[in-house]
Design a protein around this ligand. Sequence first.
Ligand SMILES: [Zn+2]
Length: 383
Amino acid sequence: MSLNITQDFIPAGRRNRPGRANPMNFITIHNTGNANAGAGASNHARYIKGDHAASRPASWHYTVDERDIFQHLPDNEDAFHAGDGAGPGNRQSIGIEIAMNSDRNLLEATDKTAELTAFLCLEHDIPIENIVQHHRWSGKNCPQKIRAGRPYNWAEFISRVRNFMSASKSVSGTPQNITAEELDILERIVWAEARGEDERGQVLVVNVIMNRVNSPSFPNTIRDVVFAPGQFTPITNGAFERATPDAGIHGAVRRALAGADYSRGATFFRAIRGAEGSWHEQALQPLFDHGGHRFYTARAAGTAPSEPQALAVSAITAGSHVRLRVGAVSYDTGGAISAWVFAHAWIVERVEGDRAVIHRRADGSATGTDIRTPVHVKDLILA
Ligand SMILES: [Zn+2]
């Protein structure tokens, strides 16, 4: 199971989005009370933005069914779900509704809610004792399914939340001590590499970086791993600098640092699109695909085409499409390279140690613009 949260917020200014600061002291669990076929998370996302919900007013933060999680409000805003007026249910808790419609799977929806609850507890430092039933605030028989023992009772629900929390914390052992600068680096690289991926796909990018930090084949700090020459394209194409990590990415990075680890030890990834025939496919051991990315590990000793250290340093090989780094000079003479060469992508003709020769234009355009220039491998960036 993985958390894939769709944010579809109630528009600001609606009567059921009061917008007061929510200190997030509690999490309140509900069942929707709506057993109609089709009344899953996406239907509630539509309902809560409509006039009926606004006029009551009624609102909460998440609706969960066995397939989807929709988030209707930012965690740090208050809502109208607890029936206690200006009390702590409405003003100080995050409200989660578990779908209970007959055409959906109540066990999976409730388990997914337990995982979401664990995630929110870790994200906002909410103690497990402060996960409460709607019943606590107003006496209403809610969450009615859990209170009736379906698919299991409240003690079991809390036990499953606890299990998700400890699984998330323990997977990669000791918590990492992360500086503010390192956190910023991780959030930017996740934005640049995986902003279109789901949360698991974003956690995976952090996992790969931390696996490298912990590997003798790679540098030993987050900064040195991310900024190693030729390793992360966003460092050289500007995406890292212009990154604007949002709350979702912030949460994914926090979750990875709290121990969530789906990587099976992967130390490389690349886009699945274009992977066929790539250096990654030839030199590495594929592990699994997730979203748009394929994850790899170094081949076992003796089967790799070159030393792991060399693999870590450069992905440039004959046939690679590359661009020149700003400031690149001729390998043989140390002399300047014409400015127009920097404006195009080139095909590597051959690599000998740290010397590479770039030859034809990668876009295959007109003759007369081909070159055969020796350059330092460290001055090449995969195009
Ligand atoms: Zn309720």
